[in-house]
Write a protein that binds this ligand. Structure first.
Ligand code: ACO
Length: 370
């Protein structure tokens, strides 16, 4: 038995949800480039869950279900108010989502019908929880979700209490589409491993949020924003990045386990970042990002991944950096739940082996003789 470090190149399951072939990402056979410019996030979520794009009636039905489920139990709001104000937003999200199971009488109902209902509920409730975390830790009251508006619009409204501009809704919707699913990434794998024990969907999503939190995965978008803040301006980019590279430190937002010639999602976020800068009359963050890219790609051959330009996009949309990874989660929950439903449909316990590298033939010696 020989281990492959990080399971690189190991094909661990079959899936008909999303695929990466020759650097092209598709959801259910639709190229991400097509969906990113044309689709609403709700259509994409439906596509991931049910395998086809919804017709007008199906989309309307999904939108009303999402509206119906978007409010979160009062007990969760009470719990969020008890969390320390200086919190890790991802730890808060992980805890709150885990607690949702306590207030859902159907949490352990394993029927497909119930799991589909919980899927839509989780998709509806995650944005409400993220907005509530953001407001409560600033001493503000959470804002109840609006009825019959898109997830992108509702989230921005719940965050600020103001009706967002059309351009912000459009940009945010596109970011949600681009983050919705990504084959067997670490958090999706964590979700599938958890539910393959026939544990419940809330456990699967809680595992996934824990895996997404790390800076080698979803936490990288926050780390990129921290880098931009630390650099401070275009003139300081070269010295800052060069020092990191000379020190053999990783530059967050670059590199990918699967894409070696570039992440197909990055170009959309690059464009969005430039457009938002031009619209706001200040392209500093975009210019800094482009300069960082030119140095890192020039010297290391590493290309930006989805997290790199999403940092300047969200910053320019006025979102605080410790909400970036929770926002990633409220999009990726569509993919996580699709994978959980797929896992339940054709389940087998996921239990690989380890190549043992420890000592052998040890003999027990009692404590007084050691
Ligand atoms: N900056 C500098 N060097 C890097 C970077 C980086 N961002 N990424 C990889 N490298 C180098 C490594 O140091 C290593 O060099 P070495 O062989 O000289 O030691 C080589 O490239 C291979 O890197 P690994 O970390 O082994 O590649 P792996 O496939 O395991 O990791 C990962 C992929 C985790 C994404 C890595 O590129 C990384 O840490 N990037 C920064 C974090 C990041 O942006 N994560 C988000 C990924 S996208 C997502 O999950 C949503």
């Amino acid at each position: 038995m020989t281990a492959t470090k990080g399971l690189e190149g190991i094909v661990a399951t079959t899936s008909s949800i999303s695929s990466i072939v020759d650097g092209v990402l598709t959801y259910r056979g639709y190229n991400i480039d097509d969906l990113a410019v044309n689709a609403d996030f709700e259509e994409v979520a439906y596509l991931l869950w049910f395998g086809k794009l919804p017709d007008q009636e199906q989309l309307q039905e999904l939108r009303s279900q999402l509206s119906e489920y978007a409010a979160i139990p009062d007990e969760i709001i009470t719990q969020l108010k008890l969390y320390p104000k200086e919190l890790s937003t991802m730890a808060a999200l992980r805890s709150a989502v885990s607690s949702l199971a306590l207030y859902d009488p159907e949490a352990d109902d394993m029927s497909r019908e119930s799991n589909v209902t919980k899927t839509v509920k989780l998709q509806a409730q995650l944005p409400t929880i993220v907005a509530a975390i953001a407001r409560i830790r600033e001493g503000l009251e959470p804002i109840a979700p609006k009825k019959n508006v898109s997830i992108a619009e509702n989230f921005l409204y719940q965050l600020t209490g103001k009706d967002p501009e059309e351009t912000a809704i459009k940009a945010f919707n596109q970011a949600l589409v681009l983050h919705a699913d990504h084959e067997l990434n670490a958090s999706t794998f964590a979700a599938r491993v958890t539910v393959a024990t026939l544990s419940d969907i809330y456990s699967g999503i809680t595992s996934a949020i824990g895996a997404l939190k790390g800076p080698l995965h979803g936490g990288a978008n926050e780390a990129v924003a921290k880098t931009l803040e630390e650099i401070g301006g275009l003139d300081q980019v070269d010295s800052y990045i060069q020092a990191k590279l000379d020190n053999r430190e990783k530059i967050m937002g670059f590199g990918h386990r699967v894409y070696k010639n570039g992440d197909p999602r990055a170009k959309h976020l690059h464009k969005m970042s430039r457009e938002l800068g031009e619209m706001n009359g200040d392209t500093t963050l975009f210019d800094m990002s482009v300069r960082i890219e030119s140095i890192v790609t020039g010297q290391k051959g590493l290309k930006p991944n989805v997290d790199f330009y999403s940092a300047s996009v969200y910053t320019q949309l006025g979102v605080k950096r410790d909400l970036f990874t929770p926002i990633f989660a409220m999009s990726r929950v569509s993919g996580w739940t699709a994978h959980i439903l797929e896992q339940y449909e054709n389940n087998r316990l996921i239990r690989p082996r380890a190549e043992y590298t420890g000592p052998i033939d040890q003999k027990y010696v009692s404590p007084e003789l050691r």
